[in-house]
Structures are given as structure tokens and as C-alpha cells.
Design a protein around this ligand. Structure first.
Ligand SMILES: [Zn+2]
Length: 156
């Protein structure tokens, strides 16, 4: 099947937006987000402040949620970097059962996405990334968009 570059960019926007909203959900501070680095074989990047450090579980949920939000195949190329991170942080007791660990992480990520305010923030941030000429957002702007999307909601 032929790939649609516009659709791909929209998926990448949702993917990176979901990483960012999950980071914020866990108390991290976003420094920058972009969806404009096709030359590196990855769709985009979310840069966070080094502190506070997320737990391994939180980092895994952040990694897993990008592909989940965009409806991308977890075993596909779009999720390769995220998949490596999740498997790297797989606790020793699960180490022979990466599929079990991945299932736990996926349930956690899906639970976040099922929250209407979380989903709304992802959509708003993804839309904003697509609308920017350079397909990038500064951290403070991203935080504003997320906060506005959450406070605009009345269905939780
Ligand atoms: Zn990702």
C-alpha cells in the first residue's frame, strides 16, 4: 500500500503529542517538541528537562503511548525506538516475558488515553504541531496548549 505523507505527518503529530502529554501528566517539564526530522529515521522528538526523573514504569508508559495514540503498529518502524526503550527498562522478573511487560505497559497507556481530558490535550497539541510552519513547539507553548485543552473540557 502506498503511504500518504500528509496522513503520516498527522500520525507523527499525534504520536509525539501523546508522548508530551504523558510526560506532563507525570510531572515532567517539556523543553521542545518537533515532528520534522525525517532524515533521522524517526518522526519527531520530545525534549524534557532532566528533572524530575520519571520512574522506569512511567518512562515505559510515555514510550508506549505514542504509537498507541496514533494507531501505529507497535512492532512497526514508527515505534522501533520506543519499543527498544520499553524492552530495555523491562524489570528482571519479566525479562524472559517481554510480551507480558509490554501488555502491562499498554494497559497503563490505554487507561491514560481513555481519559477525555488526556485525549483532548493530545489532539490539541498534535493539531498545533501540524499548524506550525516549522512543525515544532517551544516547551512553554506546549504546556499552555495542554492546560487550555484540559480546562476547556467539561466531560470528566
Ligand atoms: Zn515515539
Amino acid at each position: 500500500m502506498l503511504r500518504d505523507p500528509v496522513r503520516d505527518l498527522a500520525d507523527t503529530a499525534d504520536h509525539e503529542a501523546a508522548h508530551a502529554v504523558a510526560f506532563v501528566h507525570y510531572g515532567a517539564r517539556i523543553l521542545a517538541i518537533d515532528i520534522a526530522r525525517p532524515e533521522q529515521g524517526v518522526g519527531g522528538h520530545v525534549k524534557c528537562a532532566p528533572e524530575p526523573r520519571l520512574s522506569d514504569l512511567q518512562q515505559c508508559v510515555v514510550s508506549r503511548i505514542g504509537g498507541l495514540a496514533a494507531g501505529q503498529d507497535w512492532l512497526g518502524v514508527e515505534c522501533a525506538t520506543d519499543r527498544e526503550k520499553v524492552w530495555l527498562l523491562c524489570p528482571a522478573r519479566f525479562s524472559l516475558k517481554e510480551d507480558v511487560w509490554t501488555a502491562i505497559i499498554t494497559l497503563r497507556a490505554q487507561a491514560l488515553l481513555d481519559q477525555p481530558d488526556f485525549r483532548r490535550a493530545v489532539k490539541a497539541l498534535g493539531r498545533a504541531l501540524l499548524d506550525r510552519p516549522h512543525k515544532a513547539l517551544e516547551g512553554p507553548v506546549a504546556h499552555e496548549i495542554i492546560a487550555a485543552a484540559i480546562s476547556a473540557g467539561f466531560d470528566w
